[in-house]
Design a protein around this ligand. Structure first.
Ligand SMILES: C[S@@+](CC[C@H](N)C(=O)[O-])C[C@H]1O[C@@H](n2cnc3c(N)ncnc32)[C@H](O)[C@@H]1O
Ligand SMILES: [Zn+2]
Length: 239
């Protein structure tokens, strides 16, 4: 084939491809927009919650958490904890901004907390997005870990005030992000035993504890893999 003919053939092929792409684009824009993959219903965790209406793949940005940007001081003024129950529609974006979704929010405000979440919140350029961290089956409640900031002045009463009812086997008993050295103590507090709080470990001690924990974990994984290898060998010899 003369070079000019082959060039014009490949040109017309690429034009065909472009046209097909354009057609697909027009068809896509003509299609009605899909409804969001979730809806608000009553939740076993607390009040209302958000549930998947169809399968959601891992890593999907599901929705934005929309709310009125206010200061921390204004948030404290609006939600003063005086009714003895913790219930807010706040999302802390940074040290200056909190989103209050109560009046100007979207359905994301109904997403409950779980200690075993299937979603996470992602802050990007002061906007908050809710994204799936695993595949989610229809009818499953969408949940993320609120990880409320821990304050060293918190006592047993505060911990119980932030009690978690996510129902997961991994539930830590509170919506608060409990520092590792206090996890056992907080469990006692939640069980109604107001044991004394241990001293906060020095940075050096904390580092040592982390190192030891990592060592133990590594040992365990070696044990596990050698157990697996032994099981495989036993299976083979049985064959
Ligand atoms: C943004 S709202 C979530 C929607 C809430 N269920 C409703 O119907 O308004 C956050 C509040 O829901 C409650 N909540 C969410 N997850 C919870 C959980 N795992 N355990 C206990 N209460 C929870 C707390 O009162 C929290 O302050
Ligand atoms: Zn929990």
């Amino acid at each position: 084939m003369p070079p000019s003919e082959s060039a014009s053939k490949s040109r017309s092929k690429s034009l065909e491809k472009k046209a097909a792409k354009a057609d697909a684009k027009t068809a896509a824009s003509a299609k009605p927009k899909r409804t969001p993959p979730f809806e608000v219903r009553r939740s076993k965790i607390q009040g209302r919650g958000v549930f998947a209406t169809r399968r959601i793949r891992e890593g999907k940005v599901i929705t934005e958490y929309i709310g009125e940007p206010i200061t921390h001081e204004e948030a404290d003024r609006r939600y003063d904890d005086s009714d003895g129950r913790h219930h807010t529609f706040l999302f802390v974006v940074n040290d200056d901004v909190v989103l209050d979704a109560r009046r100007r929010g979207n359905d994301a405000k109904y997403i409950n907390h779980s200690c075993e979440p299937n979603c996470e919140s992602v802050i990007d350029d002061d906007r908050v997005w809710i994204q799936s961290i695993k595949p989610i089956a229809p009818e499953t409640e969408l949940v993320y870990d609120y990880r409320f900031e821990w304050d060293d002045s918190y006592d047993p009463e505060d911990v119980r005030y932030y009690a978690c009812r996510c129902g997961s086997k991994k539930c830590r008993g509170t919506i608060l992000r409990v520092p590792v050295y206090l996890r056992k103590t907080v469990k006692e507090w939640l069980a109604g035993n107001d044991v004394k709080r241990p001293r906060k470990p020095t940075k050096k001690k904390a580092k040592k504890a982390t190192k030891e924990k990592a060592k133990k974990k590594a040992k365990k994984s070696v044990k596990k893999s050698s157990k697996k290898t032994a099981e495989k060998a036993a299976k083979k010899s049985r064959r």
